[in-house]
Design a protein around this ligand. Structure first.
Ligand code: ZN
Length: 298
C-alpha cells in the first residue's frame, strides 16, 4: 500500500492547561516542527499565537516561523489563514501568505481552503449549554475562489478542508469548474468533545465522508479529529489508504501522560509501519500530492 503522509498539527488554538507542551511562539513551533520531522511527519501545520496563547495574525510571526523551520529541516509548511479568529475579508485573510511569498526562505508549501461555512461555537458537554453563541466560520464561494486563484498563482498546494459532506460537494463542484486541480488533497475535519461542527470522530462519521468523495476524480484524503482522540480511528484510516493529520493542537492526548507533538507522530508512524505503510518522506509527499513548483512574488 502507498506510504502514509503524517501531518503534525502542533498548536491550533489549544490551551496548555491539560498539556503544557503546546507550542505558542515561533522558536517553540520551529523546535516542534523539527522534532516531528525526525519522528516521521512530512507536513507541519501551525497557528500564530502570542506568549499567552491568544491568536496572532501579524505576518511577521509567520515570516519568522517559516524561516526558522526552513533553516532546520525540509518539512512541508502549512500555516493557517487564521480560522474563525481572523474574521475579515478574503484579501485580509490571505495577507500574511502574500507577505510569505516574497522570499523562498519564508514561502509555505500549502495554503488552506475550508470549502464551506459552519457554526463553530464551543459546546459545554458537562453543563449542557454553549459557552459561545456567535462563532460562524464563514468561507463564501467568492472568498474561496480568491484563495484558489492566489494559491495557484504562487504554485502552492490547496489544502482542502471538509467539515461535512456539503463541503465535499463544493470541492467536487470546484473540481468540475477547474478551480481545484487534481489530485485534490482533502482533509476530513471530524470533531468531538466541545466542537460539534464536523462529523463525529467515529467510524460512521469517517465512512460518511469517504462515501461522498467524488467517484471520478483523483483525490487524496487525510483525517483530523478536532477536539477528539484520533487514535480511535488511526488503524481504520491506515488500512483504508488514508493519511493522518494529528497533534496537540487538536487534543491534549492526556491518555499518554503529557506527550509532545513528536511523541504523537512517533506513535502514528509506529502503528503505520506495523500495518505495512511506511511514513512518506517530504519527497514522497510531494510526489503523492503532485505538488506544484512554488513561485516567489516578483
Ligand atoms: Zn489549523
Amino acid at each position: 500500500m502507498d506510504k502514509i503522509i503524517i501531518e503534525a498539527r502542533v498548536n491550533e488554538l489549544a490551551p496548555r492547561d491539560e498539556n503544557p507542551n503546546v507550542p505558542f511562539l515561533p522558536d517553540e513551533i520551529v523546535r516542534d516542527a523539527f522534532a516531528c520531522y525526525e519522528a516521521g511527519a512530512s507536513i507541519v501545520h501551525y497557528h500564530g499565537r502570542t506568549a499567552d496563547g491568544a491568536p496572532e495574525h501579524a505576518p511577521s510571526f509567520y515570516l519568522e516561523t517559516n524561516a526558522g523551520i526552513r533553516e532546520r529541516c525540509p518539512i512541508l509548511v502549512h500555516p493557517t489563514l487564521g480560522y474563525v479568529a481572523n474574521d475579515t475579508d478574503a484579501m485580509g485573510r490571505f495577507a500574511a501568505v502574500e507577505e510569505m511569498m516574497k522570499s523562498a526562505a519564508t514561502a509555505p508549501d500549502f495554503a488552506p481552503m475550508d470549502c464551506g461555512s459552519v457554526n463553530v461555537d464551543w459546546w459545554n458537554p458537562g453543563a449542557g449549554h454553549y459557552d459561545t453563541t456567535d462563532l460562524v466560520y464563514k468561507n463564501s464561494t467568492a472568498t474561496l475562489m480568491h484563495f484558489a486563484d492566489r494559491i495557484k498563482h504562487y504554485g502552492l498546494k490547496q489544502y482542502l478542508v471538509s467539515w461535512n459532506v456539503s463541503f465535499t460537494r463544493q470541492i467536487e463542484a470546484f473540481m468540475t469548474m477547474g478551480v481545484i486541480p487534481e489530485p485534490a488533497y482533502i482533509c476530513f475535519c471530524l470533531t468531538d468533545g466541545i466542537m460539534l461542527a464536523g462529523h463525529p470522530g467515529t467510524p460512521e462519521g469517517l465512512d460518511a465522508h469517504i462515501t461522498f468523495l467524488p467517484k471520478d476524480r483523483q483525490v487524496v484524503w487525510t483525517v483530523v479529529n478536532y477536539k477528539g482522540n484520533l487514535f480511535a480511528l488511526t488503524e481504520k484510516i491506515i488500512r483504508a489508504g488514508g493519511h493522518i493529520s494529528i497533534g496537540l493542537g487538536d487534543y491534549p492526548y492526556a491518555e499518554f501522560g503529557q506527550p509532545t507533538n513528536a511523541d504523537i507522530i512517533a506513535r502514528v508512524a509506529e502503528q503505520a509501519r506495523a500495518l505495512g505503510r511506511e511514513p512518506a518522506s517530504v519527497e514522497d509527499t510531494r510526489a503523492i500530492l503532485a505538488m506544484p513548483q512554488v513561485k516567489i512574488a516578483a
